[in-house]
Design a protein around this ligand. Structure first.
Ligand code: NA7
Length: 536
């Protein structure tokens, strides 16, 4: 106890995104006193912050929610195969209404410091106003793409027009008529927003450094009958996604590219390119992401598609990545992205040819040209995965900083816990299985919740990952990353952010094995009563 007192809460949760909402629900079910602290003014996390035009799922809506309650599945209806941000935000609010989660949540509260108090055996969180909150256990639900970064270009603060990062989009900005807009970045975010703004903007200039390999999303509304079929099929769908490597409804295939004739390959790729969703990426020939020759072949197919879709050959060439192959970064899903460049009001500036020199008061200056702009959109990404943790001063035993613990890259046990940080659990922290993120969250929070229940039932008030567990898991995660071509490419998946001095080196930030195996490993630890942890 703290000075003879019990901590304020049994469990504190940082973040009211999907992780925080589900953690709140589970802690309620356990009957423990819980509080969720959230920096934003409401729930939703990613789907609260990213409200830029065109923001939507790249993953089939019905596979991307929670599956813990049949009632919830029955009561919620998705209107599109890939739902827009507004609908997803509504879905999350619906969950909070249904289970009355609001009353255990506190908004506009940025946790800036999290201290382990050894003597009291509890966590003490401090918010931006200096308020303190204590708890026995801490669950972080801070996301893996939640810490936005602006470009390290001189003059970013000098611009007098409207300017914002895509994940800090103001609610009232939706009209681009008569405007000269510039956008920096061509990641998954930019690729959603560009065709949307292109519809009405006077001029949109896209400033591209590294092009990305995007493929069509093929979104559509869901008809009544179709919805009935989807709804009835939920049990099979769950079985399916829980059996795939990335928990997507697209299964990996065992077919070898070398068993197919060039004509068969072409026909297969044509077919897959016309299918909705991530299939072309994750249900491709098994060598696609591990064998350079196979990767070059599939890349050439996608390049051909880009050349067919973009009318100006010079622009098409600029849009085709030359330094890395298809699928080795997170593949952006697009809806008429390439066709947008056929419009007279959309212009592509290749920053590899003419780098940005600075942002000015009224626009942007490259080595070749001055651009007068009314609005600058920074679609420049995030300090990913560990970045959310960097933003909070986490201190464990003996004031040990998490930042130091992870200086050479993250070290975790099961991606859920960290040595020297007792009683702290991470939902989608580094070294967890990503892919279908809500599935990862539902699993992680479920595991954490079962663990807390076990500890409480056995009067255990201290749990800490041991050195051995950390070393073994971290090595295991590194071994799984061997041979993956994606780990040889700079991207947020490998922890690289060129705008940040401390994020220039590639790290193994994610568990790249199968989600099925990930769960097996974690379940095994639970079934042996967490005996690989230090328990007191
Ligand atoms: P990404 O995928 O990290 O993309 C960021 C983009 O911004 C990328 O094209 C970067 O180019 C570009 N960027 C960043 N800094 C600069 C500077 N200084 N100059 C020029 N261009 C720059 O972030 P997103 O938001 O698109 O997507 C994040 C994930 O969210 C996405 O994968 C989904 O999973 C959801 P670079 O490649 O570094 O040359």
């Amino acid at each position: 106890s703290i000075g003879g007192q019990q901590p304020d809460y049994e469990v504190l949760v940082i973040g009211a995104g999907l992780s925080g909402c589900y953690a709140c629900y589970r802690m309620r079910k356990l009957g423990v006193k819980v509080k969720v602290l959230e920096a934003g003014s409401s729930v939703g996390g990613t789907w609260y912050w990213n409200r830029y035009p065109g923001a939507r799922f790249d993953c089939e809506s019905y596979s991307y929610g929670f599956f813990f309650s049949q009632e919830l599945l029955d009561e919620w209806k998705w209107s599109e195969h890939f739902a827009p941000q507004e609908e997803t935000e509504k879905y999350i609010r619906f969950i909070c209404d249904k289970y009355q989660l609001w009353k255990d949540m506190q908004f506009n509260t940025s946790v800036i410091k999290a201290n382990w108090e050894s003597e009291a055996r509890c966590w003490k969180l401090i918010d931006q106003d200096g308020h303190e909150y204590t708890s026995r256990f801490l669950i972080t639900g801070i996301g893996l793409l939640s810490n936005p970064t602006l470009p390290n270009i001189p003059g970013v603060r000098d611009f007098k027009g409207q300017a914002f990062h895509t994940s800090r989009w103001p609610k009232d900005v939706a009209n681009f008529e008569g405007k000269n807009v510039g956008i920096i970045g061509v990641g998954a975010t930019a690729i959603q927003i560009i065709p949307e703004i292109a519809k009405t903007v006077k001029n949109l200039t896209v400033f591209q450094r590294t092009p990305n390999w995007a493929i069509p999303l093929h979104n559509a509304k869901i008809g009544e009958e179709e919805w009935e079929t989807i709804r009835k099929g939920y049990p099979e769908l769950l079985k399916k996604i829980d059996g795939t490597r990335l928990s997507f409804m697209h299964e990996g295939i065992n077919d070898s590219i070398w068993d197919a004739t060039p004509e068969e390959r072409e026909a297969f790729w044509e077919y897959m390119y016309a299918q909705p969703g991530f299939g072309f990426w994750v249900s491709n020939y098994k060598e696609t992401l591990v064998d350079r020759k196979a990767n070059a072949l599939v890349s050439e197919f996608v390049a051909k598609k880009i050349r067919q879709r973009v009318k100006d050959p010079a622009t098409a060439e600029k849009l085709i990545p030359k330094t890395y192959g298809f699928g080795l970064r997170r593949v952006p899903m697009e809806t008429f992205y390439y066709e947008a460049y056929n419009q007279p009001n959309v212009h592509l500036v290749d920053l590899l040819e003419t780098p940005i020199e600075c942002i000015t008061e009224d626009g942007l200056k490259t080595s070749r040209e001055d651009f007068k702009l009314d609005m600058i959109i920074y679609a420049t990404g995030f300090s990913a995965i560990t970045g959310a943790f960097d933003a909070i001063d986490f201190r464990g035993i003996d004031n040990h900083a998490l930042l130091d613990e992870w200086k050479e890259g993250p070290r975790t046990y099961l991606g859920l816990t960290v040595q020297h940080f007792p009683n702290m659990f991470m939902s989608i922290g580094p070294h967890q299985a990503y892919g279908n993120i809500p599935r990862s969250i539902e699993y992680a929070v479920g595991w954490i919740s079962d663990c807390i229940e076990y500890l409480r039932n056995h009067d255990i008030t201290y749990i800490e990952a041991k050195e051995q567990g950390i070393v073994e898991w971290t090595n295991h995660v590194h071994d799984l990353g061997q041979g993956l071509l994606s780990n040889e490419v700079d991207s947020w998946l490998t922890g690289v952010n060129k705008n940040l001095a401390g994020k220039q080196k590639r790290i193994i930030a994610r568990y790249s094995g199968s989600a099925v195996d990930f769960r097996k490993s974690c379940n095994a630890v639970a079934s042996t009563h967490y005996d690989t942890f230090k328990l007191l």
